[in-house]
Design a protein around this ligand. Structure first.
Ligand SMILES: CC(C)(COP(=O)(O)OP(=O)(O)OC[C@H]1O[C@@H](n2cnc3c(N)ncnc32)[C@H](O)[C@@H]1OP(=O)(O)O)[C@@H](O)C(=O)NCCC(=O)NCCS
Length: 439
């Protein structure tokens, strides 16, 4: 099978962009000057300033594993700088049942403000989907800047995220006591020890994706001048046997007007066991001099909300879509995950881009595994039967979005009464999907 880095540029989009005098090409990431120009264009596309040489050097080293694509305009004053960027790679995405599916991760979608709304992004996205499909990757995934862009390409939100604020003076710990030990460790120790744990934890939540190599260093503020890293503290939780089972990375900001009202920002927290989760969050909530804890990009269903004396002391200040998924191969995608209840479900899927269009029969065995076949002839008598677009299928895929809600919203049609509940019984994940990173 072709490796994603060897996939050629998509001819259809190259020809379409050429009609506007634009060149659509892959970037040779071993050519430092070309890759730097692309990275600066991406930064400009996201309205960042000109990146410093140290940051660019880190990205050049750390992002070369991605398939890196750009669009150039020979008439531009700086013709070496792309006017549009996108990058992609294939990565395991956790699906219900402690399994993963091969996902086409898309990132760095930018079009220069000088070239906006001429269909460049459409060409980029459609090229990505064609390339992923040609390589047999069954699902595409991205985290998005705006919720208005990707629905038209068949994506839908499947994993939500919440930013939490906890008023710790009101949040007396009422959860279980943890029996392990906490240790402060250095940033170097974290870099050494955390990846193996993060890898283990990744399989526990549908929606998690393999972290990109520079992620931890970025969270630690080590890209660039490293100043930010000096304000961080790292704590590790070891279970009673002395095995590391979790980490928390946090920063405390002083409140000058209120002596005991510092704010503790949890930059990253991960735990492999419920015991480690309790140990770390209790430690965070009971920090002296701190009045408020903030934690961004967390699950919408955090257990800590149930582990404090005042339920209203932990608030979701923001809850929004985070991971968007797009099914490219219905059979492969649906067979990759496990289901919560056995049964038969007939799906009539529409997809304007064609990949997922058609009728499918999903047969779920007692062990939760499924087989998917084209729907031919009559729908079996005992089957649930729904009509939906590829967007809704992408939303349902990881088990965090309700078919009943989508039916009430008019986005799924029940072709047999009661089908949406049956779909939920099978599709819903016992663990609320969560993605702890941006990519
Ligand atoms: C978002 C962005 C990539 C769009 O690029 P673009 O080349 O102007 O988009 P296109 O001209 O190809 O537009 C394709 C379609 O998307 C729509 N669209 C594009 N950007 C949109 C937006 N921000 N909100 C809503 N619709 C948008 C267009 O109206 C068009 O719709 P249609 O074809 O259904 O009529 C570009 O505006 C950008 O770089 N924004 C800043 C960085 C960013 O947010 N990137 C996305 C990261 S996830």
């Amino acid at each position: 099978m072709t490796h994603y880095l060897d996939a050629p540029i998509d001819r259809q989009s190259a020809e379409s962009l050429a009609t506007q005098g634009l060149r659509f090409e892959l970037v040779d990431t071993s050519d430092a000057a070309a890759f730097e120009a692309w990275l600066q264009a991406e930064a400009r596309g996201f309205h960042d300033g000109v990146e410093g040489a140290d940051i660019i050097a880190a990205w050049v080293e750390g992002l070369s594993y991605r398939r890196t694509t750009g669009v150039w305009d020979e008439q531009a004053a700086d013709a070496a700088a792309p006017v549009a960027t996108v990058s992609s790679w294939s990565a395991p995405l956790t699906v219900p049942g402690d399994r993963t599916v091969d996902a086409w991760a898309i990132s760095a979608v930018t079009v220069s403000p000088t070239h906006r709304r001429r269909g460049i992004a459409r060409n980029l996205l459609e090229a990505e989907l064609r390339t992923a499909h040609s390589l047999g990757v069954p699902v595409a995934a991205l985290t998005v800047s705006e919720a208005t862009i990707y629905g038209r390409f068949g994506f839908a939100p499947s994993v939500m995220a919440a930013d939490w604020t906890i008023a710790t003076r009101r949040a007396t710990w009422s959860g279980p006591a943890a029996h392990g030990r906490l240790h402060f460790i250095t940033i170097d120790e974290l870099l050494d020890q955390a990846p193996a744990l993060i890898e283990r934890v990744r399989l526990a939540s549908p929606g998690q994706i393999e972290p990109w190599p520079l992620l931890l260093r970025r969270l630690l503020g080590l890209l660039g001048d490293g100043k930010e890293s000096k304000t961080l503290r790292v704590v590790r939780y070891d279970d009673v046997a002395g095995t590391a089972q979790g980490f928390a990375l946090y920063r405390v900001t002083e409140n000058e007007s209120e002596m005991f009202g510092h704010t503790l920002d949890v930059v990253f927290q991960t735990s492999a066991t419920d015991d480690a989760y309790s140990g770390l969050w209790r430690f965070i909530f009971e920090m002296d001099l701190v009045g408020e804890v903030t934690a961004k990009l967390r699950s919408v269903d955090e257990a800590f909300a149930w582990q404090i004396s005042d339920f209203r002391a932990a608030r979701k200040t923001t809850q929004r879509d985070h991971l968007w998924t797009r099914i490219l191969d219905v059979e492969k995608a649906l067979e990759a995950r496990l289901y919560s209840a056995h049964g038969t479900i007939a799906l009539e899927v529409t997809d304007a881009l064609g990949y997922a269009d058609g009728g499918f029969l999903l047969e779920i065995a007692d062990d939760g595994s499924a087989t998917v076949k084209p729907l031919i002839g009559d729908v079996p008598e005992n089957a649930a039967h729904i009509a939906l677009s590829v967007n809704e299928l992408g939303a349902l895929y990881l088990g965090g979005v309700s078919a009943v809600t989508l039916t009430r919203a008019g986005r799924i049609t029940e072709l047999r009464e009661g089908s949406a509940s049956a779909v939920d019984a099978s599709f819903r994940s016992a663990i609320t999907p969560w993605l702890s990173i941006w990519f």
